[in-house]
Write a protein that binds this ligand. Sequence first.
Ligand code: SF4
Length: 338
Amino acid sequence: METTSVYQPETPPQSQKTVCLLALDRWRWHSPVMSMKMYLLFSEQLKKCFGVRVHKISVDAGFGCPNRNGGRTGPGCLFCDPGGSGAVGIERLLSVSEQIELGKEVMSRKYKAGKFMAYFQPFSNTLAPASQLRTLYDEALAVDNVVGLAVGTRPDCVPPDVLDLLGEYHHRTYFWLELGLQSSHDRTLHWLKRGHDFATFMKAYHEAKSRGLRVCVHVILGLPGESRADMLATADVLARLQVDGVKLHLLHVLQNTPLGRLYTQGKIQTLGMDEYVKLTVDVIERLHPSTLIHRLTGDGPRDQLLAPLWSLNKWQVLNAIDAEFVRRGSRQGDHCGS
Ligand code: SF4
């Protein structure tokens, strides 16, 4: 379903109608900026849409996770760290608005960012009554120069009243729902102790789309027990759904996680860089040409990362992905539906 957000940029460079209904604007492969990449990069699309760089600021609003006994205790998913798979460096004792103000200061200094999206990231950011969620999301949107919201959560944590609320934000602002899937294979989800199956994801996804929401789906490449064919099958599912956005994560093994213990016992391995680069390109080639790529890799916290250590050099990985596209002469969507 096409989105119908009434989001408008603050200073429309052309007509309000043409500027930023992303769904209408996704197909512009001929854009001078986008043509530098062989895939639709979310950050570039944001810049084109708002006219300036827009940075996401991670926020920890104190949510728990239903897969961790409803709170922040319990091991949860095998890869989950004590921070709930969240961003490092969040000052979680501060209020939502204080965290955003702090993030703005850093981003403005480092990247000359002009506008921001608040990203409710760690744990499950819909695990509260809708009224409480509204208060927290509104607090984020009230901060100057915050032009949108992204809310990360699990597919089993979006009841109808919460989805209705998210639908309201879709019409009020530039809004993304980020749903963790990780793999389309139930045996992998079971092994990972995700606590939900693929059918649960599909139900949540369709219910979100029925409210017009933009949905970004998170998947992990390099999960133990998955072959290349398994990972490409997950990509094919996303291609068939024509998802609005995808975040590709490299499997990181962190200390103080169940996965970390398996790794130190020699029971699991991680991908090599060359393998990851080729897989990532394979996946993007299979995705639908309209899907925005929100992330291509990740850099786990340096002081907690057990493997793969090569991932710490994020720019080297990103450059290698671009080089692989050039080497193949391919681009996003070339093998969509194949
Ligand atoms: S859903 Fe997220 S927060 Fe919950 S256990 Fe899994 S990784 Fe951790």
